[in-house]
Design a protein around this ligand. Sequence first.
Ligand code: H79
Length: 472
Amino acid sequence: MRTLHFLVLMVLLATACKEKQKSEDQSAKEIPEEETVNYLEESDEAFNERMAWWRDARFGMFIHWGAYAVPAGKYEGKKVDGIGEWIMRNAKIPVDVYEQYAREFNPTAFNAEDWVAVMKNAGMKYMVITSKHHDGFCLWDSDVSNYDIVDFSPYGKDILKALSDACKAQGIKFGLYHSIMDWHHPDAHADTYAGGEPSENNEERFADYFENYLKPQLKELITAYDPAILWFDGEWEKEFTHEQGLELYQYVRSLKPDIIINNRVDKGRQGMQGMNRDDNDYAGDFGTPEQEILDGTSDFDWESCMTMNDTWGYRSDDDNWKSSETLIRNLVDVAAKGGNYLLNIGPDAQGNIPGPSVTRLEDIGNWLKVNGEAIYGTENPGSYKQGDDIRFTRKKGTPYYYAVSFKKPGNHIQFNSLKPEENSKVFLLGYEHPLEWKYTEGKGVTVSIPGKALRAVGNTRAWTFKIKGTEN
Ligand code: H79
């Protein structure tokens, strides 16, 4: 049963029917019906419809890109510990000094079509890029700020325009990450981030930033780039209130009713595990575990965002890459638990995607070309795991189960929870011939794997069995 408290959500068309006043000698003018939509009250049906593409997509790309790619983890010749996009805060770089990075940011090697082709080839169905991170620098030509790629940087071209166009052309859903916290705006960073003293009237000033800067920026973004997702962050900023969170959710939905918004639009998120508090008062369509995967399934929609090394924004010195095996295992684990996987790249200041990221994305894409049917459009089948090395998914609304083994199987593999339909065929994806199987009450199905089947799938990183049947 679904306990989607924070979503709840019934589209309420409160039509205030107004009495039409007619007079004898004047034909009545149509008074438009007043439409009030409360996006915080949406029926399960409407919510499911809005979330459908996102739930089927399963795999997306996160992109952290901005002025922090210029220092790339170093300030005044010294390494600054921590995630690259936090360098301004971590090294306490004054605003005017940090601005110089934006002045230098000139990614002449950036090619939107190539980036989107990399995503597509990796099997990703959507992307989420930082329109603005905490540092406040904007990747589009904002009307309410000059601190953006077009007005402030030598590059002078609108990055979001190029990417959203390329996404449209290549069939990738385009999403935006937008930070509520802003270390550059004088009314939002409250002077403290670069080590200064806190100012007076922070709440009032933040409310002004919220109304006259943050909201107009969101309107610009939604109008110009038609994003499918808005991914907020920095909502823990103490001046930002729960009431503002609710208002932000309503505002963004009113601009684009079928947009999908993460739970960091409001104050409901609990820690890095990213799911919402248990009461039903918080806005947001999905939970956001950061750098981790839920231990089990959840009634809340969720998306695990993760880096391939240890930073989101580019750091020249970060070589701690996860293996392709680990990334594929994570994707399968997330899918089996009913979530999405949002995997990050941090391009460099020239506009190149780091080589180790590209090779890993190719590896995942190659795996998905053979095994993708076990990931896309699937659901948690009930029993989603068997030990550490086997995960299960089911193609939505069908009797087709997928069992993915992270370990290379021997001559046999057993799946305790599955019972194939009588006379049905069991397949190892990547090998065209059906495999022999035997079902035993209490033990589940045992599948025989000939050596030539394993040779046919070759050096894959996870072995997927497709079984038509039921859970036993
Ligand atoms: O954009 C990337 C990071 O820059 C950003 N989120 C990802 C997607 C990020 N911001 N902060 N962190 C990562 C780590 C900081 C976490 C904390 Fe908190 C903020 C600890 C205390 C305040 C939020 C609220 C998490 C725990 C409580």
